[in-house]
Design a protein around this ligand. Sequence first.
Ligand SMILES: NC(=O)c1ccc[n+]([C@@H]2O[C@H](COP(=O)([O-])OP(=O)(O)OC[C@H]3O[C@@H](n4cnc5c(N)ncnc54)[C@H](O)[C@@H]3O)[C@@H](O)[C@H]2O)c1
Length: 275
Amino acid sequence: MRDLKGKVAVVTGAASGIGRAMADAFAAEGARVVLADIEEAPLAAAGRELEAQGAEVLAVRTDVTQSEALVALADAAESRFGTTHIVCNNAGVAPIAPMLETALEDWRWVFEVNLFGVVHGIQAFAQRLVDQGEGHIVNTASSGGLITVPGFGAYCATKHAVVGLSEVLYQELSGTGVGVSVLCPGLIDTKIFESERNRPADGGPTDYGKIGAGARKSINELGHSPKGVAQKVVEAIREERMHILPNDDVVPVVEERFRRILAGENPIVMPSVEE
Ligand SMILES: NC(=O)c1ccc[n+]([C@@H]2O[C@H](COP(=O)([O-])OP(=O)(O)OC[C@H]3O[C@@H](n4cnc5c(N)ncnc54)[C@H](O)[C@@H]3O)[C@@H](O)[C@H]2O)c1
C-alpha cells in the first residue's frame, strides 16, 4: 500500500503509547483513523486531539478480549468510513513476575489480551480485507516474541505466539492483496509496565513488587520513543515488510539466541530487570 491518504486505519490500544503514536502517524499521512481502547477517558481525549489536528476520527471503546467487540468495531468502521484498509492489533498488557509467582489468573489475562486480542482482530477484519483485495494487518508482538527475558514468562509466551501466527497469516494471505506485518519493538517509553490499571477485577494476586519498579525505571531511562516505532510501521506498510524490528539494539540479542539454538548451546541467563 504505497499511499495511505484517504485509507481507513483501525488501531487497538490506541489511547496510549505505541498505539497512540501509530494513530498519529496514520493521521499525519492523511488516513482516517478508528481508535479502539478499553480505557474510555484517554480514548476520548486521543480522539479529540486528533480531530483538533484535522484528522477524521472514530473512537470506539473496545475490550479486545471480547470477540464480539472486535466484530462491532469492524462494523462501526464500515458504517462510518465505508471500509477498513489497515488493522493494527496492538492492545497489550505486561504483568511481569517470575513464573513461579505468576498467578493463573494473570496467565489467562495476558493471553486473553495479547494473544486472543490479536486473534479476535484477525477474525473480525481479515476476511473483509481479503474480499476487497486490499489491506494490511499489523500485529504488535515484541522483541519478547523473538528472545526471552526472566520475569516475562507469560508475556514472552504470548508474544512468541503472535510472531508465529503472524508469519502463518502472512503466508496464507500471500497473493490476496492483504499484507501482514509483525511489530517487535524493544523497550519503548510507554505505560506498558502500568498494565495493572486494566487488570480485570477478578485478576490474580501477583505482586509486581521489585520487578515492576525495576521495569518502570528501565523503561523511563532506556525506552525509545513510540513515535519512531510508528514511523517504522508506516514504512513497513508501504514497503510490504513482514518483520518490523524498530530497535537496532535488539538485533544482536536475537542473532545470539538463534546461534545458540542452532549450535546446541544453552541460553544466556539474562539478568532480571530488578537487578
Ligand atoms: N513499551 C514497550 O517497551 C513495548 C515493547 C514491545 C512490545 N510492546 C507492545 O506494544 C503494545 C502497546 O503497548 P504500549 O507499550 O503502548 O503500552 P501502553 O500501556 O502505553 O498502551 C497499551 C494500550 O492497550 C490498552 N489495553 C489494555 N488492555 C486492553 C483491552 N483488554 N482491550 C483494549 N485495549 C486494551 C491500554 O488501555 C493502553 O491504552 C502492546 O502489545 C505491548 O505488549 C511494548
